[in-house]
Design a protein around this ligand. Structure first.
Ligand code: HAM
Length: 439
């Protein structure tokens, strides 16, 4: 029985008392992404397992240890998406978006699934806001992307994040770097974990990302990729920095950033917080110039980033950032008797259609209990309806803040209510922003 009333380990509910915060950050992110020319793409929550094996890389922790993979009833191997990039690239290919004008820019809000050890800021089901830009090779694209992330953090008034950038080169410079890494790790091969011993031959860069304390201690002194960049990658990286300087976006170069997914080339970056514990990377991304080709498409230099919504909210809470409260109930209609209940349904239906938040009794409660509930909702106006009011055709609208009541003819109620409520909103806004009258 306990299993039925307990969410699966590493997952969490977002209740209405909290979800308005998620909505606020998500709307802000989508709005700003729109200003940068990114438009929403929605892809399925599950894909063929092979997409992630080929896309994310079969020597990554994500693919080797963390995927939720199962066989469906048709015998296909299916995986719940551990991240959003591979699915976006698959859709880009499937729908021939490479035939459209480049760059193609997409944004998404998705749930992702990774079988990781849950802790603060690390869940098995988590949510990402992400963007992908296909078909843009110039360094200005890398800077634009970082500028988008920075604009989101600025709009949300988040100060506690530092931007770290690195370049991990291209397949050409990677060859030499891999050789240097192999030589370095070979000497201490026996101390590495089983997975990293396997990685040594196939993809030694992955050892730099291993979470085991022994492997990460050994990796701390490993050669850094920046020392092995070819001329083209070095020039690209310098140009990205020049753009960031021009945009006055502060950053530091962290030669240890390699990212946990295999598709990256050249620029990689992370926005990191040190106020939310060990899982401080709130946003991560970079270039992946070879991925579209790797998955069967034409050569399409591309790049993107994703930002963890749960981690972002942790940072905002740790910084004490306040979220705009959802609008309170505008009108609560308390009723006595069936005629009044029908009239309340009719008024509520009309006003909701005009975009007002209206509530009425749907629990057959006493008048006292209804008024108590209206108080809990923070209703700005109340209307009490009974046979008497309906017979007389006059309704008393009460402003709960000032305590004043206004008599309104039943036939004019909808119109007069809207005028009164709008005037009240205006006065409230004027008071809030300290504005004077019109003269
Ligand atoms: P990632 O670094 O694996 O990159 O994830 C991006 C963000 O998702 C992280 O910075 C973190 O905020 C959040 N995140 C990751 N795992 C968890 C978890 N277990 N629990 C809570 N939050 C988590 C990617 O996923 C790439 N697809 C980003 C990208 C897009 N690169 C290019 N385009």
């Amino acid at each position: 029985m306990a299993l039925i009333t307990k969410a699966v380990k590493g997952t969490q509910d977002t209740l209405p008392t909290v979800s308005y915060k998620n909505q606020f950050v998500e709307e802000t992110m989508m709005r700003i992404a729109h200003n940068f020319g990114f438009h929403e793409i929605r892809t399925p929550v599950f894909e063929h397992t092979e997409l992630f094996q080929r896309g994310v890389g079969d020597t990554t922790d994500v693919v080797q240890k963390e995927m939720y993979t199962f066989e469906d009833k048709g015998g296909r191997s299916i995986t719940l998406r551990p991240e959003g990039t591979a699915g976006a690239v698959r859709a880009f290919l499937e729908h021939g978006l490479f035939n459209e004008a480049m760059p193609q820019k997409v944004s998404y809000l998705t749930s992702c699934y990774r079988y990781e050890k849950p802790q603060a800021g690390r869940l098995r089901e988590f949510h990402q806001f992400g963007v992908e830009c296909f078909g843009a090779a110039a360094p200005g694209a890398d800077a634009e992307l970082i500028g988008l992330a920075q604009s989101i953090f600025d709009a949300l008034e988040i100060e506690d994040l530092s931007l770290e950038i690195n370049s991990i080169g291209c397949p050409t410079c990677r060859k030499q770097y891999h050789a240097a890494l192999k030589a370095y790790f070979k000497v201490r091969e026996t101390e590495l974990c089983d997975t990293c011993r396997e990685r040594l031959e196939k993809n030694p860069m992955r050892i730099l990302d291993c979470k085991s304390p022994v492997c990460s201690a050994i990796a701390a002194d490993a050669p850094v990729v920046l020392d092995y960049l070819c001329d083209e990658c070095r020039t690209h990286f310098d140009a990205v920095q020049a753009h960031l300087d021009a945009m006055m976006i502060p950053y530091s170069i962290n030669p240890r950033i390699v990212r946990g997914l295999d598709y990256y080339t050249r620029t990689v970056f992370e926005f990191v917080s040190d106020s939310i514990g060990a899982q401080g990377t709130v946003c991560g991304g970079g270039r992946y110039d070879g991925l579209v080709e790797e998955l069967g498409g034409p050569h399409t230099p591309s790049l993107g980033f994703a930002l963890g919504i749960e981690r972002l909210l942790l940072v905002m809470h740790s910084q004490g950032i306040e979220f705009p409260e959802p609008d309170p109930c505008t009108l609560y209609i308390a009723t006595m008797g069936e005629r009044a209940a029908r009239e309340a349904s009719s008024i509520a239906q009309s006003l909701r259609g005009e975009d007002y938040r209206v509530e009425c009794d749907i629990c057959d409660r006493s008048l006292k209990a209804q008024m108590k509930y209206a108080g809990k909702l923070g209703a700005r106006f109340t209307l009490v309806l009974g046979d008497d009011e309906i017979d007389k055709g006059v309704y008393a609208l009460k402003n709960m803040k000032t305590g004043t009541s206004t008599q309104i003819a039943a036939d004019d109620f909808i119109e007069e209510f809207m005028e009164t409520a709008d005037l009240d909103t205006e006065t409230h806004l004027r008071e809030m922003f300290g504005l004077g009258g019109d003269n």
